[in-house]
Design a protein around this ligand. Sequence first.
Ligand SMILES: *Cc1c(COP(=O)(O)O)cnc(C)c1O
Length: 380
Amino acid sequence: MKFNTKTIHGGQQNIDPAYGAVMPPIYQTTTYSQTTPGGHKGYEYSRSANPTRTALENSLASIENGRFGMAFGSGLAAIDAVMKLFKPGDEIISTNDLYGGSYRLFTKIFEGFGLKFRFIGMQDASSLEEHINENTKLIWVETPTNPMMNIIDIEACSRVAKKHNLLLAVDNTFATPYLQRPLDLGADIVMHSATKYLGGHSDVVLGGLVVKDEQLAKKLYFIQNASGAICGPQDSFLVLRGIKTLHLRMQRHCENGEKIARFLKTHPRVGKVYWPGFEDNPNHEIAKKQMSGFGGMISFTTAQGTLESAVKVVEKLKIFTLAESLGGVESLAGHPVSMTHASIPVEEREKTGVVDSLIRLSVGIEDEEDLIGDLEQALE
Ligand SMILES: *Cc1c(COP(=O)(O)O)cnc(C)c1O
């Protein structure tokens, strides 16, 4: 099956043996009757497994070219499960320019439990090696990074990980498997905040993991069940429904993203524009190699470069909604310094380019003329 077919049918064979429903039924039940103690049809209790969640987990595995999918109550719950693979003293090397909530989880929760994190720039994968020692267990990659849209070479990271016998996990939230499939590039774990593009309609918070290796899947499944951060059947259904149009939405996100990036680049009130599709972007070649398009996420600074000028622009937008989050059908604008990245210390964020005048756009699938018109009036 090819990708666009997989979004609709992948892992969804025999979805309702009882009545032949074409869409997965929402099994709003906690428990399942047994004919004799232990005599059940594969489901005993909905923390351990629920048929609607299973349908979603199979779909996630299919679209990421993995074998095992696991769905969680949020993207952070999925990352939390990955971190529970490790023990005090273990070290993790992570992208330095990453989602603020991931940074907070790593530093405020897991450092307290004795895990050690090293946050580094990974544009040059060979620089990874100097941070590896006998305690290193995992490389955590986010690409494109949030909000600077840097691109990290997944294949190059995977070569380093394999050489040193480390796991490689990729947060694939921004690219989605429509644009990039990390397991094919050598990653061991793919993580998603399905809250964003996979759900695609800004109406559900949910997370996912996909792996190929059965032993690793067993460990993660044990954590999913033992820690219990699962998602409910209704939310599983909503993400399944979102995935069915992922390819159509992503195609339009990419088209609109490109037009807006090029519009911003020539505008006199705009400073820098961060979008990996620009030919002169330092990450352009890697982006072209590992992604099939450049997505709808764009960051830019105002020419004035002040916090006030950026705040003014986002407040004036009418079609773009000023809000956290991304990846929905509607266009959103955010001010990372005061919103998504407020939990990252100033010194850390300025190192990576998250300056006061930075604005992040999640370009939706509306008509491009309306979106450009909106940006034009806000910049005036
Ligand atoms: C939103 C997001 C997360 C966290 O996911 P939640 O569903 O909000 O818990 C992790 N990584 C990235 C890149 C995100 O954008």
